[in-house]
Write a protein that binds this ligand. Structure first.
Ligand code: GLA
Length: 742
């Protein structure tokens, strides 16, 4: 998978699908040659370079007017020499200079994938699943070493990258910027796809031309945030969902990030991803090492869907861990939208009893069970039960719920503190914030200083005290406030720039400790909905609450956008009450479930208040999901058309199992239109040579016909209905089962 050509000092990383080629340039820096569809093993570096004489160019050597880094495509560009584009890193030395000149020294090709410590990263189960190239680069003036890690997976169109910086000298170095990856793609015209959003409107898709100069998305909120997801795709303008060249980039990280592109006059796009340099600085003392988060790069010649499928496989097979990777994810009932803060033990047991009767497998008690919490003004940090509400404690409640034959799950918000809390009275210094300044307000709560080990220790201990005494098998880990006035009273003045990164390392540390102690607990991450929905989180929590917006129609957009890189098994999706609590829209129970099926599936409403008819429907929905959950969570997902495409009124997506014997198709039409033209959707991923039974059709049809002619859309009102039926109305959905005839 990784070949080194000593004559040209060139490396070729490849598998059956992709090639990634880099070379050592004349001055020892690393040049990028090619990333894309697999090419023949032997590559000639000169083919990919375009050294030209140009006036005004700063050249590396006096006697070579053709060699300037400005005209090279680079791998991890230095600051301060002949390349004037954005550098991948900047390290300030004691004399104040940030100029660097890292040169290739040596490399190693190792089987498998070495893992970083304390950071999430993709992994392999067997060393034959990947190979890793480690390249050491030295700046002999600053006495610094860079090790660049490149891993290629044997069966996935994915290369991952990360960097380690080691201070091998005696002086103190300050890292001002350290991207996880940088690559100068082949010259050309491209478009940029990214996922922007806000609370309740996460991961909406935007596709715009990639323009000259610098464009970037990112977060400086202390978490990956709903504003922009840590993801960009660079697509050829002709690329569609199913064809054309698309590069996808993401970061396995949950803190501040930047994803930037810079297109120069040669039409070469430089793509970079890493920790956002705003607010970041890291002091590297003698002998110390800094490791960047890992970046993921994919290439697809099969459009955006091809890219998404590579990301989905990475998440499912090489990122999420533990028994919940394979175990069926439980269908849950969460009490948040059913009761908010207003519940008693009996009400909870009543909800759980009815839920169990209807087939639900897990009951989740959300916010409001601890301290004196009856609204969002108090008690975060006081992780002991509110005995006024729950007189028998979590222990007694979880016992009652478990005795019903249903699992019990609990909500925590471990990273936060209210000023109205016992914890704050004892430890006001545990808040993030400069004590000499006014502290901004966010949901009446403040962020705990997770850069301090004693804070993480304390929260770990108090969570264990709750968990150890109960029968908890699921935790919803929420995070509802961003970092302002970033300052830690525990860090020295010159290390304040380390706060954001150290904070998120503290979050990962707490996750690690809890997972190690409670390997059977299923974690679902949450951040006011999907506000920290990133590859970093999925290393710890196999699923995440996709959005606080539970309206089925809004969810079409959110789930469609999320599917760009996250698999269905990662997306928390619940059926909630109507009129919907976020948009006041009324959709049918059928449509609500048929959107939520394409996720982890559950309910978030007061089941005791449902009509008997709805309860029967809910029961059969649960049976349906149990029957198909394996297909939904482990099959291959494809988007057929969606809310961000030309016809925003329609969404269609499907999932096919590995044997191509079973598929589910979801069709959604937002607004009813009378007498529309006939429309069909071409299916994906089926076996062209098999015959399939399709729900609603009497005779079997071949995979070839389903994929080349397609299946007809939800019918519109054409007048013929007048004879027997009424028009169907808005917010229609159909989930259609496709099953191979034996
Ligand atoms: C956040 C979550 C919700 C719910 C509330 C509780 O908004 O996203 O699902 O847990 O907090 O306060």
């Amino acid at each position: 998978m990784i070949k080194y050509f000593p004559q040209t000092n060139t490396f070729h990383l490849y598998n059956e699908q992709i090639s990634y080629v880099l070379t050592v340039l004349k001055n020892g820096h690393l040049g990028h040659l090619y990333f894309g569809e697999k090419v023949s093993e032997h590559v000639q570096p000169e083919w990919f370079r375009y050294a030209l004489f140009r006036p005004l160019t700063a050249c590396v050597y006096e006697d070579d007017p053709f060699f300037s880094l400005e005209h090279e495509r680079l791998e991890y560009p230095n600051f301060g020499t002949t390349d004037f584009r954005e550098p991948a890193f900047r390290i300030r030395q004691e004399n104040g200079s940030a100029v660097s000149d890292f040169k290739y020294i040596t490399h190693r090709i190792v089987e498998g994938k070495p893992m970083p410590k304390g950071l999430p990263a993709s992994y392999v189960s067997k060393s034959s699943e990947a190979q890793t190239l480690e390249i050491d680069m030295i700046d002999s003036v600053a006495d610094l070493k860079l090790t660049l890690y490149y891993t290629i997976f044997s069966d996935l169109a994915v290369v991952t990258r990360r960097v380690e910086i080691v201070n091998e000298g005696q002086q103190i170095q300050t890292i001002e910027k350290a991207m996880s990856m940088s690559v100068d793609l082949s010259p050309g015209t491209y478009e940029r796809v990214h996922l922007w959003g806000a609370w309740s409107r996460e991961r909406h898709l935007e596709r715009t031309p990639l323009s000259k100069g610098v464009q970037s998305i990112g977060s400086t909120r202390g978490c990956s945030s709903p504003d922009h997801n840590p993801f960009i795709a660079i697509a050829e303008p002709s690329a569609t969902e199913h064809s054309g060249a698309v590069y996808g980039f993401s970061l396995i990280y949950s803190g501040n990030f930047i994803a930037s592109t810079q297109v120069n006059y040669d039409n070469v796009p430089r793509v970079m991803m890493g920790i956002h340099p705003n607010g970041f600085e890291w002091v590297l003392g003698a002998g110390e090492r800094f490791q960047t988060p890992e970046a993921v790069m994919t290439y697809s010649s099969m459009g955006l869907n091809g890219m998404s499928q590579a990301f989905h496989k990475l998440v499912k097979n090489h990122l999420t861990r533990g028994e919940w990777v394979k175990n069926p994810r439980p269908i849950l009932l969460n009490n948040w939208e059913a009761t908010y803060f207003d519940f008693t033990e009996d009400k909870i047991v009543e909800l759980a009893t009815e839920a169990k009767r209807l087939g639900v497998e897990l009951f989740v008690l959300d916010d409001g069970w601890f301290g004196k919490r009856n609204d969002d003004t108090s008690s975060l940090g006081d992780w002991f039960v509110n005995l006024d509400k729950l007189p028998n404690g979590i222990k007694g409640l979880s016992k009652r719920v478990s005795e019903l034959g249903i699992r019990f799950g609990l909500w925590f918000e471990p990273e936060m503190i209210n000023k109205v809390s016992q914890l704050y009275e004892k430890h006001p210094e545990w808040l993030i914030g400069d004590p000499s300044r006014h502290l901004s307000n966010g949901r009446n709560q403040y962020v705990l200083d997770f850069t301090r080990k004693e804070v993480v220790d304390h929260i770990f201990k108090s969570m264990c005290q709750v968990i150890d005494n109960t029968e908890i098998s699921y935790i919803k880990w929420d995070m509802n406030r961003h970092i302002t006035e970033a300052y830690s009273t525990a860090l020295p003045a010159n290390q304040q720039g380390e706060l954001y990164h150290r904070y998120i390392l503290g979050v990962y540390d707490l996750y690690d400790r809890l997972i190690e102690r409670y390997p059977h607990i299923l974690f679902e991450s949450c951040a006011s909905g999907g506000g920290r929905f990133d590859l970093g989180m999925f290393y710890y929590a196999p699923q995440a609450w996709t959005s606080d917006d539970t309206d089925a129609i809004e969810r079409l957009k959110i789930q469609y956008g999320s599917s760009m890189l996250y698999p269905l098994s990662a997306m928390g999706s619940h059926v909630s009450a109507v009129p919907n609590h976020q948009v006041n829209r009324a959709t049918s129970l059928k449509t609500r479930a048929e959107v939520a099926y394409f996720g982890t599936f559950g309910y978030e409403l007061d089941v005791t208040k449902m009509s008997d008819e709805d309860k029967l429907e809910m029961q059969s929905q649960i049976e349906f999901f149990k029957e198909h959950r394996n297909l939904i969570h482990h099959g291959e997902f494809s988007r057929l058309t969606g809310p961000f495409d030309g016809d925003s009124n329609r969404t269609a997506w499907m999932v096919v199992n590995a044997q191509k014997t079973e598929a589910l198709l979801g069709l959604y039409k937002v607004m009813a239109e009378p007498n529309t033209g006939v429309k069909s959707f071409k299916l994906r991923g089926l076996d062209p040579n098999r015959m399939y039974d399709v729900t609603g059709y009497d005779t079997p049809v071949s995979g070839r016909v389903l994929m080349n002619y397609g299946i007809l859309d939800i019918p519109s009102f054409t007048g013929a209905h007048l004879i027997e039926d009424r028009p169907v109305g808005d917010y229609q959905s159909h989930v259609i089962k496709i099953k191979a005839v034996d």
